[in-house]
Design a protein around this ligand. Structure first.
Ligand SMILES: Nc1ncnc2c1ncn2[C@@H]1O[C@H](COP(=O)(O)OP(=O)(O)OP(=O)(O)O)[C@@H](O)[C@H]1O
Length: 254
């Protein structure tokens, strides 16, 4: 069955947990509708992160998500990944999706690099046999050598990212969900990482990426979704949407 993603009238309200103090709650609520903040019917203050979004993606689609900070791009990726179930509406995803979002999620500080390859691999839905088959390739990609036999707590943050990236990108995915803020170490590793991402892109049936660069979108995508305050502002072909977005961001001087 070909991969697809279908979202119908999706709303997502994210609760803001630390506003139980009455005065703070009042203040937050005063930020009001413009900031998509409201009280739900149980009295919990929520941000409407996704607001009535419907979209359909099919095999072959490369979708770029654009919009201001806080527009809802990362949240939408999490909805597509099944990390956030929608508050209302439906999300139907056919195919195995791999989110390259929180790539270090599920890694354990006390376990060695090799043990973490297995842990994170299982979490990403790899089978034991698949993990065994891929461990050496993952290990080699990290260039971490003997460090792989030491606990993760002895790693620098760059070393952690190398390991997390190598594992996450070893999974075979029909659908690839990517957040652009995927800083992956120093310049030489970044180059290797980009090459690996391009291979993954090429193999995946559907790719969705949140991104701020119009150039990358023009190079990699066939469709663009412009989000504004949780809503679909424009959805369509790359040129139309990117041009309208660029124009809105830099209105012509009169
Ligand atoms: N865990 C959370 N709890 C409450 N509100 C959240 C949470 N995560 C995001 N939000 C809110 O949801 C909205 C959408 O945020 P999101 O991170 O999806 O935006 P974005 O378009 O990815 O922004 P950026 O370009 O800055 O990464 C924002 O108003 C944000 O404040």
């Amino acid at each position: 069955m070909p991969a697809s993603i279908t979202l119908q009238n999706v709303h997502l309200d994210l609760p803001i947990f630390d506003v139980s103090a009455i005065s703070l709650k009042k203040r937050v609520l005063r930020m009001g509708r413009r900031n998509r903040i409201a009280e739900d019917n149980t009295g919990v203050v929520v941000v409407r992160a996704i607001d009535d979004l419907s979209i359909k993606l099919e095999s072959g689609d490369r979708l770029g998500l654009i919009g201001h900070n806080g527009a809802g791009k990362s949240t939408l990726l999490r909805v597509m990944a099944g990390i956030y179930p929608p508050s209302s509406g439906t999300v139907d995803v056919q195919g195995k999706s791999v989110p390259l979002l929180d790539i270090a999620l599920g890694m354990d500080d006390q376990s060695t690099g090799r043990q973490n390859i297995r842990l994170r691999g299982l979490l990403l839905g790899m089978t034991d046999a698949e993990i065994k088959r891929k461990t050496e390739d993952i290990a080699e990609f990290t260039e971490l050598g003997d460090y792989l036999d030491l606990p993760l707590r002895t790693y620098s943050s760059g070393m952690r990212v190398r390991l997390a990236f190598a594992i996450s990108t070893a999974v075979e995915a029909d659908i690839l969900l990517l957040d652009e803020v995927l800083g992956v170490g120093d310049a030489s590793f970044q180059e290797k990482a980009n090459k690996r991402l391009q291979d993954l892109h090429a193999r995946a049936e559907i790719v969705v990426l949140a991104i701020h660069s119009s150039d990358t979108i023009r190079k990699t995508c066939n469709k663009v979704l412009w989000m504004e305050r949780g809503k679909l502002r424009m959805f369509g072909g790359v040129e139309d949407v990117v041009n309208a977005y660029d124009e809105a961001m830099n209105p012509p001087q009169t």
